[in-house]
Design a protein around this ligand. Sequence first.
Ligand code: F6R
Length: 634
Amino acid sequence: MKSESQFYEKINTVICRNASEASEEVARHVINLIRQRAEASRPVVLGLATGSTPLLLYKRLIQAHREEGLSLAHVITFNLDEYYGLEREHPESYWRFMHDQLFDHVDIPKENIHVPDGTVPRDEVFEYCQGYEAAIAAAGGLDIQILGIGRTGHIGFNEPGSSGDSLTRMVTLDRLTRKDAARDFQGENAVPRNAITMGIGTILKAKKIFLMAWGQSKAEVLAKAIEEEPTAALPASFLQRHDQVTFYIDQAASSELTRIKRPWLVGPMQWDRLLIRKAVIWLAMERDKPVLKLRDEDYSEYGLAELITDYGPAYDLNIAIFNDLQRAITGWPGGKPDADDTHRPERATPKQKRSLVLSPEPLVAEMSMGATIRRLVSQGHTVTLAHLCSGNLGVSDRDALHAAEFASSVIAEEDTVATNDGSSRIPVLKELREKSPYQEDSPTVRDFKGLIRRSEAMTTGRALSLTTPQIRHLDLPFYEKGRYRRFKPLDEDVDKLVELLREIRPHQIYMTGHLSDPSSLDAVSFGLFRQAVEQVSQDDWWEGCRVWLYSPADALMPCYVSEMSVPVSPDELHEKVKAIYSYHSQRSQVPGVDNQEAWDVARSLGLKAAEEIDALGLAEYEALERFQRWYEQV
Ligand code: F6R
C-alpha cells in the first residue's frame, strides 16, 4: 500500500538505508523464487544487468550458494545487453563481467546462460536479435528482471528516444553514457559506439521487475522516472506501465523525490533545523523572493502553514534562517584569528591550523575546493593536499603516447651517441605504439600514466599556491591492483591513511565521497577514510579535529546542508579555472555534465552556488565553494 508520503510516486519505491540493505531485499526475492521453483522442479528465468549497481546482489547470491546450500542449477539467465564489437574475453565485455561477478562462482549450467553476442556480423544482427527474443519466450519469459538506471534514464541500453515497445536490437550509445564508461575503457574514444540490448518492450514483458540505484548522481533521473509522465525522453519512466515493478534505492539516490525533497507537501512533519532551512530556501526559490521578503501568506499558500504556525510569524522565521545562512558564509575556512567564533563555522584557535585535504584522486578536491585551498594557504595554515589514488586509469592512451614520444625525443636529442632510437630508452613507448584500443594497460603503462597525472597534479597544485612537499601522492595499493567498479580495498590502504593522519595530526580534514555510488572511487575512498578515522579516534589530537565534506567534482552541494560556504572572488575563480585548465590529461575525461570540460564544470557549479545565495537575498558573490560538517560518531 502506498503511503500518503508517496503521493507523487507512480512506481512502488522502497528507500533503504544503504545499498547493502537494498541489495539484500532484492536478493531475498530472487532467492525465494529460486528455492520455490526448485521445490516444484521448474526452471526460473532471470533477466540480469551489469554495471556497478547489481554487484552486491550478485555477491549475496554467491554467498547463498556457498554458505546456504542454494543451487542455481535450474536457473536460466538472459543478460540485458552487450557492447557491440567487443570479444567475450575483453575485460570490459559484459560477458566477462557476468562471469567474473557471478557465473564463475555459482552452478548455473553454461547452456542456461545467455549474454547478447557483441561480435555478430552487422548483417546478421537483426536475425540474431529476433533469436534472442525467441529464446526468452521459449524459456517461458522472464520471471524477474533486474535493472540499473543510467544517468540518461536508460534501462538496458535503451537510450532516450527508445520506444516503449522496442525489442532486442542494435542501438547507438548516448554521449553521456559513453562518457560515464570512459574510465572503464581508459578514454572515451575507446568506448564502443553501439550495443545490442533487450528493448523496453522485452523488459516490460517480465513478470516482476526490480530496479536498483545508488548514489546522488542518480537522484535527479530517478525522481523524473518515478514522478513525471512516461516519456521516450526518459526510458525508465516507461516502467510505470508495469504493475509489478519495485525500485529499491539508497538514501542518496532518493534525495530528489518529493517525499524527501519537499516532505511538507506529502504529510505531517517533525521539523528540525535542516528541514526548516530546506523548506524556507525552497519557498524563497518557488516564490522567486529573497528570504526576508517572504510573508505569512507565502508560507500558507505553499503548504507550509504548519511551519509558520509553530515557528512564525514569517518575520521571525525569515530572520532566523537569513542569519543562519549568512553565518555559514566565511572567507576564513581555517577560522578567523582573534574573532568571536560563537557563530562561525570554524574555530578561531589555533590561529594557524594544519589542514589536510584528501582527494580520492588528483583533481577531485582541486575542482570542488581549489579556491578554498588557495585561501587556506594565503591565511597561513599548513595545508597538505593528499591524493589517495594515482588516477592512472584516467589517462588516455593518446595522452600517454604523446608524453612518451616527447620524453623519448628529449633523451634522443641529449644522447645522440648512445642511440638513434629514443624508444629504447623509454620502453613504454614501444608498448604504447603497439597497443590496441581495447587492450588493458600493463603495469608499466599504468606506472607511466601515473607519472603523467602526478606531474599534472603538481602543476595544478602549484597554481593553487601549494609547494611541492605539500602535495602528496599516496598511490593506494587497491587502486593500482584494480579497475573501476571492481576495486577491493585492503588493510594496507587503511594503514597508509592512518599513517598520514598520525603524521599530520590535522585540525581540519576535507574529504568527499559520502553520497557516491558505493563502488565508485570516491565512495571506496570514503569507506577507507572512515576506517582510518576509527583507528585514530582514540588519539589525543583527534578531539581537536573537524571533518568537512565537499561535493564530488561534478555535483553541487545543496544550499540547505552547507554549513560553510567560502566566497570566491572573480580573480580567485580565474586562478582556480587556470589551475584546472593546466591539468591536460583530464580534459574531456571528467564524468559530469555533458559536453563540459573540467574547468567549465567547476566554474559553473561555483557560479551557480553564488547565484542561489544572491537569489535568497544574501550578498552577491562571484562564486562559492560549499562544505558540510561530518558529525558521524566513530
Ligand atoms: C547494464 C545496463 C545499464 C546499467 C546502467 C547503470 O547491463 O544495462 O542500463 O544498469 O547504465 O549502470 P551502473 O550500475 O554502472 O551505474
